[in-house]
Design a protein around this ligand. Sequence first.
Ligand SMILES: [Zn+2]
Length: 326
Amino acid sequence: MTTTPVTEVETVRGPVPTAELGTTLMHEHVFVLTPDSQTNWSDEWDEETKVAEAIDKLTQLAEVGVRTIVDPTVDGLGRDIRRVARVNEAVPQLNIVAATGVYTYADVPGFFAERGPGALPDLPEPMIDLFVRDIREGIQGTGVKAAFFKCAIDHHGLTVGVERVMRAVARAHAETGAPIMVHNRPAGNTMAEVRRVLGEEGVDPRRVQLAHVGDSTDADMLAGLAEEGYLLGMDRFGIDAILGFEDRVATVVELCRRGWSSRLVLAHDAACYIDWLQPDLKPFLPNWHYLHIHNDVVPALLERGVPQDQVDEMLIHNPRTWFERT
Ligand SMILES: [Zn+2]
């Protein structure tokens, strides 16, 4: 088998050379929605207003020099790639990288309950082909291709549904080579199950991004994961209610001091609009927006002795190499 190195990444506006991704925020959503609840209960959604707001926020982000956002919005988070494409059309100076996968902490979505393993009778896993289709052909019948996989494990641990999605993602990864991002809950050490399951599936840790491990301040634990090759998502800057600014910054500083800047990526896990949060609670998270890293985090890292070239590794080099493969 001959392999050619992949040095382009699919984005919402088409393939982009990885060398041109530039400053990249590795985990930002455009919209996080609960379509069924929005349809039934919400008076918050207005398509034109929400699209216009997103265009405005992403334009501001591009103005401070961010060239790319990596958006892990998949089934379970209200992915609608046509809406994101419409936003991106108005902000062509920003690359948006799309994902495929299923986001659940417990059961698979009802759609998959009686399709696949566990159905009567037991059937082959349909998610694998659907994920591969998103990577190779495009999402929702558009030509927009996903560039990575996303799955999640949280406070319920490795449920039957979570494991089903994780293994489907691993097998679609084996078929396509596209990298994997896993949502974690470090307080529950979900990373142990991720290492075990993806290890059993033969996935190279270097192709796996452990999202949200930056919610932990345990530098020894994080350094151990970095040493195994995992890419660590220090990706919730601004969600101070889970872990405050000083703790998040200090953890990155310490890992950089130990020489692990090559295994860290930075982001906010923010969204233009997320319907999980009652709008009047937003003032309780004043730093949870796309510009916090530019305005506050990078200056704090530099001030605390992280050299500029390590900041560039976390924001430019590491995202680029995560998408490259041979
Ligand atoms: Zn997220």
